[in-house]
Design a protein around this ligand. Structure first.
Ligand SMILES: Cc1cc2nc3c(=O)[nH]c(=O)nc-3n(C[C@H](O)[C@H](O)[C@H](O)COP(=O)(O)OP(=O)(O)OC[C@H]3O[C@@H](n4cnc5c(N)ncnc54)[C@H](O)[C@@H]3O)c2cc1C
Length: 441
C-alpha cells in the first residue's frame, strides 16, 4: 500500500501548526487534521496576553500567536482538514508495534481513521505526528464528595464559556488549584464582575508561574490560600456552597478545620494530563514522569515513524516550547519519510533523571540520528534555591560532566531548557546521562 501522505499531523494547535509548516518546508507531503472548526487549539480561548515574548519579542494574545502560524499555511502545500476527528490509528502490514519491536519487522506506515461530516474514511501515511494537546483533571479525579452539580467546572471550560461563548459561568466562585489556567481565570472572572473568593491550593507552594501569581492574584487582591482544599460540594442541581479543609503534609484533610463557603461556582485547575489515547492504542510507550510518550531528541517515540510534540508530549508552561517541539517533530518526520529504505530500529543512549528531577524530555538519545547539539527540557521535583544542575555521563571511573549550570531558583511549574553539546563525546547503547541537582553555597 503506497502512503498517500508522508507526514500526517493529528491536532491543529500550536504544536501541530508548527509541525506542519516545518514538515512542509522540509519538502514532505503533509496532512493536518483538526477536530474543531478552527485551527489554533486551546490558544483560541486564551485571550489574555503574554504569548510570544521569546519567539516574536512581542506580547501577543493566544489567538494572535496562533494566527502567526495559521496565516503561513496558504503559502505552503499543507492540506488541512478541520471538523475531522481521528478515532483510530493502526500500523500498515497488520503488525502491532510490540511484535515489530521484538521481531525487528519493518512498519510500512500507518492507517488513520477519520470521522467527519463526510462519514468515516481512512488515509495512509508514512509517518504520524501526534499533537493532540492535553486534558484537564476533573472533580472526579480529585477527592471531592458530592453529586454532579451545575457550577462545578474545569478552568478550561470556564475559559471557554467566558471567552468564546461570552457567558459568565458563575457570580461568586472559589478556584481550586493554583495552576496557571486557574490563576488566569481568577483574574478573568474578576474582570467580568464575578466575586472571586480565593484560590485554594492543597500544596504548601503555588503551582503556577510566579508572574501569574503577581499579575493575576496580587494585582487584584485575590487571596491565595495554601495547604487548603475543597472536600465537599453542596447543592441540589446548582452548586450552593463548598467545604474547605486544611491539609497536612501528606495532603490529607485535617479533621476540625471544615469551613463552609457559599458560592455558585467551583473552578478546578488541578492539573493537565497529556492526551495520548491514540498513541496508547498503537502501543507507544509512555513515561510515568511526563505521562507523554518516551521520545528521542527528534521527538520520535519508540515506534519508528511516530512522533509526538506539544502538550501531548509533556505539559508545557510556555507556548514557544510547544512550537519548538512541533518544529523538531515536523523536520524529523519529513526526514524519516524521505528515507527510501525503512530505517533499522534505532540504538539509544538514555537520559536519566536523578531523584530531584521531576521530568525530562527527551529520555532517549537516538545514536543513529545524532547531531552535535541536542535540546533537553527538565523540571525539578521541589522548589530549590542556589543550585547547580549537572548532566554527566555515568562512568566506572566516576561521572564525566557534559554540562552544568547554576540557578538562583528552580520551581516545578517552570520548565527549563538547555542545550547539551555532544560533540566529540562517545555514546553507546549502554550510556546513561544522569541529571543531578546539588545545592551550592
Ligand atoms: C484549558 C487550557 C487553557 C490553557 N491556557 C493557557 C494560557 O492561558 N496560557 C498559556 O501559556 N498556556 C495555556 N495553556 C497551555 C497550552 O495548552 C499550551 O501552551 C499550548 O496551547 C499547547 O499546544 P498544543 O498544540 O500541544 O495543544 P492544544 O492547543 O490543546 O491543541 C491540540 C489540538 O488537537 C486537537 N485534537 C485532539 N485530539 C484530536 C483528534 N483525535 N482528532 C483531531 N484533532 C484532535 C484538539 O482539538 C486541539 O485543537 C492552556 C491549556 C489548557 C488545556
Amino acid at each position: 500500500m503506497t502512503a498517500a501522505y508522508e507526514v500526517t499531523i493529528i491536532g491543529g494547535g500550536p504544536a501541530g501548526l508548527a509541525a506542519a509548516i516545518a514538515a512542509d518546508k522540509a519538502g514532505a507531503r503533509v496532512l493536518l487534521i483538526e477536530r474543531e472548526a478552527r485551527l489554533g487549539g486551546i490558544l483560541k480561548q486564551c485571550i489574555h496576553d503574554g504569548f510570544g515574548l521569546l519567539r516574536f519579542e512581542e506580547k501577543l494574545s493566544g489567538p494572535e500567536y496562533a494566527y502567526r502560524f495559521i496565516h503561513e499555511l496558504p503559502q505552503t502545500h499543507v492540506e488541512v482538514r478541520t471538523l475531522s476527528f481521528v478515532t483510530r490509528i493502526s500500523a500498515i502490514a497488520g503488525t502491532s508495534d510490540e511484535r515489530r519491536l521484538s521481531s525487528g519487522e519493518s512498519l510500512q506506515g500507518f492507517v488513520v481513521t477519520i470521522t467527519s461530516a463526510r462519514g468515516m474514511e481512512t488515509i495512509s501515511t508514512k509517518t504520524l505526528i501526534l499533537s493532540t494537546g492535553c486534558r484537564e483533571r476533573t472533580a472526579r479525579q480529585v477527592a471531592i464528595h458530592g453529586v454532579r452539580l451545575a457550577g462545578v467546572l474545569t478552568a478550561g471550560s470556564a475559559q471557554y464559556y467566558t471567552n468564546i461563548l461570552g457567558q459568565l459561568p458563575c457570580r461568586r466562585c472559589v478556584i481550586l488549584g493554583s495552576g496557571d489556567i486557574g490563576l488566569i481565570m481568577a483574574r478573568r472572572l474578576h474582570l467580568e464582575g464575578a466575586e472571586v473568593l480565593g484560590v485554594y491550593e492543597a500544596k504548601p507552594t503555588p503551582s503556577g508561574l510566579s508572574r501569574n501569581i503577581a499579575q493575576c492574584l496580587d494585582d487584584f487582591d485575590i487571596p491565595l490560600h495554601l495547604s487548603k482544599t475543597v472536600t465537599r460540594t453542596f447543592g441540589d442541581k446548582r452548586l450552593e456552597a463548598v467545604e474547605i479543609m486544611s491539609v497536612n503534609e501528606a495532603m490529607e484533610p485535617i479533621p476540625g478545620t471544615e469551613e463552609r463557603i457559599e458560592c455558585d461556582g467551583l473552578i478546578l485547575s488541578v492539573g493537565l494530563i497529556p492526551e495520548n489515547e491514540l498513541a496508547e492504542r498503537i502501543g507507544v510507550p509512555l513515561s510515568v514522569l511526563t505521562k507523554g510518550p518516551v521520545c528521542d531528541q527528534h521527538n520520535m517515540t519508540k515506534i519508528p515513524g511516530v512522533f509526538s510534540c506539544g502538550n501531548a508530549l509533556q505539559v508545557n508552561d510556555l507556548v514557544e516550547y510547544v512550537s519548538e517541539s512541533g518544529e523538531t517533530a515536523g523536520r524529523a518526520a519529513a526526514a524519516f519519510a524521505a528515507c527510501k529504505e525503512v530505517p533499522a530500529l534505532p540504538r539509544y543512549a538514555e537520559i536519566c533523571p536523578g531523584k530531584d528531577i521531576l521530568a525530562v524530555t527527551p529520555q532517549l538519545v537516538n545514536l543513529d540520528a545524532l547531531e552535535d547539539r541536542i535540546t533537553v527540557f527538565f523540571r525539578v521535583r521541589e522548589e530549590r534555591s542556589s543550585v547547580r544542575v549537572r548532566f554527566a555521563l555515568e562512568h566506572s571511573g566516576g561521572p564525566i560532566e557534559l554540562f552544568s549550570r547554576n540557578y538562583q531558583r528552580l520551581r516545578p511549574p517552570e520548565m527549563e531548557r538547555i542545550i547539551l553539546n555532544l560533540k566529540n563525546i562517545t555514546l553507546s547503547e549502554h550510556t546513561r546521562i544522569i541529571i543531578t541537582v546539588e545545592t551550592v553555597n
